[in-house]
Design a protein around this ligand. Structure first.
Ligand SMILES: [Zn+2]
Ligand SMILES: [Zn+2]
Length: 234
């Protein structure tokens, strides 16, 4: 059977953080592109461009309204940021309980040293985040100004992927940064880690432009059940 492209976009930003558009227009764009589902996932509370804590209720209300009008699945999410080497994230349990989907990513590391040390710092923070927090998708994996996975040992990457599998954390194919590489994704599929797709769109024009990810999934021989989409469809 040929690969059935499941079109969804689980990583988008709006005016609530550093996006350029409203929730309503992002959802409209997703529908126009024929997506099955979209997640609105503005940055967490601690980043300077993140959503202010006191605006969470208003964001959830906007998403609820957009959902009522939409003919597709609309998820309320946040892209939480890992804030320290212990893997602490900037969205607490009380806030994350109000969300349909929680993404986690790394936008900040310790002081820059050589590429191997940067990559190991990244891996430690990501590992600790998975061990200490419940979340759905680790996004733009191993991307920090450039792709870090080649600076890590294959066995360390394998341990990381097995950890993600054990904690049911999916890995994202990120279209903005074109990461991770196919070797890493193949490892994910082998170890039973589900895959997500995210454009990281900051404008309606970018929403749902997932063709690159679909090409990757086709080459990997991924099946629909390898994606996290179905567990979020109602
Ligand atoms: Zn990000
Ligand atoms: Zn993002």
């Amino acid at each position: 059977m040929t690969f059935m492209p499941a079109k969804f976009d689980f990583h988008t930003h709006t005016l609530y953080s550093d996006g350029a558009s409203t929730v309503a227009l992002m959802v409209e764009a997703a529908e126009a592109r024929g997506l099955e589902a979209i997640a609105l996932t503005d940055h967490g509370f601690e980043l300077s461009m993140g959503i202010p804590r006191e605006k969470l209720a208003s964001m959830l209300r906007d998403i609820e309204i957009a959902r009522e009008d939409a003919g597709i699945q609309v998820l309320a999410g946040i892209e939480a940021n890992v804030v320290d080497e212990w893997g602490t994230i900037d969205v607490n349990d009380e806030s994350s309980r109000k969300l349909d989907i929680l993404l986690v990513s790394i936008h900040r590391l310790g002081r820059a040293r050589n590429p191997t040390e940067i990559a190991r710092d990244y891996l430690m923070r990501a590992t600790n985040a998975i061990e200490h927090h419940k979340f759905d998708v680790f996004v733009h994996p191993f991307y920090f100004h450039h792709y870090l996975a080649p600076h890590l040992l294959p066995e360390d990457l394998e341990d990381f992927v097995r950890l993600a599998a054990g904690h049911e954390v999916a890995m994202e194919i990120n279209i903005k940064y074109r990461t991770p590489d196919e070797e890493f994704l193949r490892l994910c599929l082998r170890e039973g880690v589900k895959l997500s797709v995210g454009t990281d769109a900051h404008t309606p024009g970018e929403v749902g432009r997932v063709d690159w990810a679909l090409g990757v999934l086709r080459r990997l021989g991924a099946k629909r059940e390898d994606l996290i989409l179905d567990s979020f469809l109602r």
